[in-house]
Write a protein that binds this ligand. Structure first.
Ligand SMILES: Cc1ncc(COP(=O)(O)O)c(C=O)c1O
Length: 360
């Protein structure tokens, strides 16, 4: 087998090796069924058991109350940018958006085509390198939408937005930090996340949504765009992304056997601290996120010189560090260190950065 290298990709991203090994076995035959996981009918008993376990583990890990539906959808987080306002933003209401990065801007763009929107805060003035302290909400918002972790700009909310009018429920795009730390689901109306960073492969999107909101949602939409369709049919109205749900189930088992979300939180903070501590004292590399706003999932940094940044990324690649080039809107480097990224890989990167700095 080809040697696995340190994969710092922002997504699709590294998955636990034990999960991949088990999936490899089950590609040929799921358990002793003689039929591979991708070949099973979604209506058959073996896959129904997988889907039931995926939902049960998801509920257990995050402590999801019974009055919330857990949905496995398609169309990525990007379709949620549209489904949220289509279902919940009527023409006479306003939706408030916290604009802390490019993904939040994309979500706002979709909401604008459904109804009125209001920007409750933005950090665009500083190329999204911080999480604003305060928000100004509209009078009667239908919902408040925020992106808990800004994958591109390397910033992350440490607490959820608060102080908005009671009329609103909270919507969170948690694509790049879902299940990386405990989450108090009852404080949210809807949480969504593309799986391809912390939960599994691309192609499946986890949606956790309060059932009363689903029921009250817009009925004048194409069937597939209504949350109610998916909630009423337990995500099986059409053929669900069976492999994605299966892999997510394995990842949930892995999270559980590694101590659950509290343990993930500690493990992620410890990994990120190694990088931030080094960046703080480095005379070559600097974090692009302001102190206090840095992400535990995507650590973004620069040398301040584009040629040096490029030389670093190139040299890193030759040493088996992949995916470190920063997004073009920030430049520099980005180390994505989701749940499954091993601490040894962070240690190796810090050693490599030290050596590079010493020889620069
Ligand atoms: C925070 C965030 N939201 C949304 C998206 C878009 O997700 P998808 O490609 O699944 O539509 C991404 C993708 O990286 C993301 O990081």
């Amino acid at each position: 087998m080809t040697r696995r290298i340190w994969n710092f990709s922002a997504g699709p991203a590294v998955l636990p090796e034990t999960v991949l090994e088990e999936a490899r076995e089950n590609l040929l035959s799921l358990g002793n069924t003689g039929i591979g996981i991708c070949e099973h009918s979604h209506r058959g008993k073996p896959f129904m058991a997988v889907a039931a376990e995926a939902e049960a583990l998801c509920r257990e890990l995050a402590g999801i109350p019974d009055d919330y539906a857990v949905l496995f959808l398609q169309g990525g987080a990007s379709l949620q940018f549209s489904m949220v306002p289509m279902n919940f933003l009527s023409a006479d209401r306003t939706a408030d958006y916290l604009i802390t990065g490019a993904w939040a801007e994309k979500a706002l763009k979709e909401a604008k085509s459904c109804g009125k929107t209001h920007v409750a805060c933005t950090s665009k003035d500083a190329n999204f390198n911080y999480i604003p302290d305060a928000c100004t909400y509209s009078d009667n918002p239908a919902y408040v939408h925020f992106t808990s972790n800004n994958t591109i700009f390397g910033t992350q909310f440490t607490k959820k937005p608060a102080g908005f009018p009671d009329s609103a429920f909270l919507v969170c795009d948690a694509s790049s930090d879902i299940f990386s730390r405990p989450i108090d689901v009852a404080k949210y109306g809807l949480i969504y996340a593309g799986a391809q960073k912390n939960l599994g492969p691309s192609g499946v999107t986890l949606v956790i949504v309060r059932k009363d909101l689903v029921e009250a949602g817009n009925k004048n939409l194409a069937t597939m765009l209504q949350y109610r369709t998916h909630a009423e049919n337990e995500s099986m109205y059409n053929t669900p992304p069976t492999f994605g749900i299966y892999l997510m189930m394995l990842v949930f088992r892995w999270i559980k056997s590694n101590g659950g979300l509290t343990a993930m939180d500690a493990h992620n903070k410890a990994k990120a601290a190694k990088l931030y501590n080094y960046l703080k004292q480095s005379s070559l590399f600097k974090s692009t996120a302001r102190a206090g706003s840095g992400s535990m999932m995507n650590v973004t940094f620069v040398t301040g010189n584009e040629d040096k940044d490029n030389a670093f990324v190139k040299a890193a690649e030759t040493q088996g560090f992949s995916g470190l080039k920063g997004h073009r809107s920030v430049g520099g480097m980005r180390a994505s260190i989701y749940n499954a990224f091993p601490p040894e890989g962070v240690d190796a990167l810090v050693r490599f950065m030290k050596d590079f700095e010493a020889s620069a």
